[in-house]
Write a protein that binds this ligand. Structure first.
Ligand code: THU
Length: 148
C-alpha cells in the first residue's frame, strides 16, 4: 500500500525560505551532530540578545554525558555573554518534527525573561514545522524565584 504524497509545506529547504533564518541555521547545525550511538542527529539555533548561536548534540561512549543540541547552542551563547533568549529552532530528521526534551526546556527557561514571548520551532529537512512558545512547553516551570 502506498501512502499519498505529503502536501507541500514551506520549510527551511523550501524555495523562498530565508537562507539565514533561524530554522535554516538549525538545519546547518545538524550537520555537526556527533551522534554515533543513537544516530539521532539534532541541530539547534538560538536567537539571544539579538545574536544567533548554533549547536548540535554531542554524544559520549558514557551515554549519560551526552549534551543535547539545544544546550550546546544555549551554552555557546551564554559563554559569549548573551543572556536574553528570544527564540530557538531545532532540526531533527523526525516526522513530525521533535520538540526539545524536558531538561532542555528547563535550561532554556533560565534565560527567558518572558517565556510566553520565546518561540520554539521544530523542523525537519523535509520542510515540516511545528512551533510553540516556551511557556506552552514548560508551564509553571521552576524559575528560581522560589529560592531563598
Ligand atoms: N537530543 C537532543 O539533542 N535534543 C533533544 O531535545 C532530545 C534529544 C539528543 C540527545 C541524544 O544525543 C539523542 O538526541 C538521542 O536522545
Amino acid at each position: 500500500m502506498t501512502r499519498p504524497p505529503e502536501p507541500p509545506s514551506p520549510g527551511p529547504g523550501a524555495p523562498g525560505a530565508a537562507p539565514d533564518s533561524l530554522e535554516a541555521r538549525a538545519v546547518a547545525a545538524q550537520r555537526r551532530s556527533y551522534a554515533p550511538y543513537s544516530k539521532f542527529r539534532v541541530g539547534a539555533a538560538v536567537r539571544i540578545s539579538v545574536e544567533v548561536f548554533e549547536g548540535a548534540n554531542i554524544e559520549n561512549a558514557s551515554y549519560g554525558l551526552t549534551v543535547c543540541a539545544e544546550r550546546t547552542a544555549l551554552f555557546a551563547a551564554v559563554n559569549s555573554g548573551a543572556h536574553r533568549l528570544e527564540a530557538i529552532a531545532v532540526c531533527t530528521d523526525a516526522s513530525p518534527p521533535s520538540s526539545p526534551c524536558g531538561a532542555c526546556r528547563q535550561v532554556l527557561l533560565e534565560f527567558a525573561p518572558d517565556p510566553a514571548a520565546v518561540t520554539v520551532t521544530a523542523v525537519n529537512p523535509r520542510g515540516e514545522r511545528r512551533s510553540w512558545t516556551l511557556a506552552e512547553l514548560i508551564p509553571d516551570g521552576f524559575s528560581g524565584r522560589e529560592l531563598p
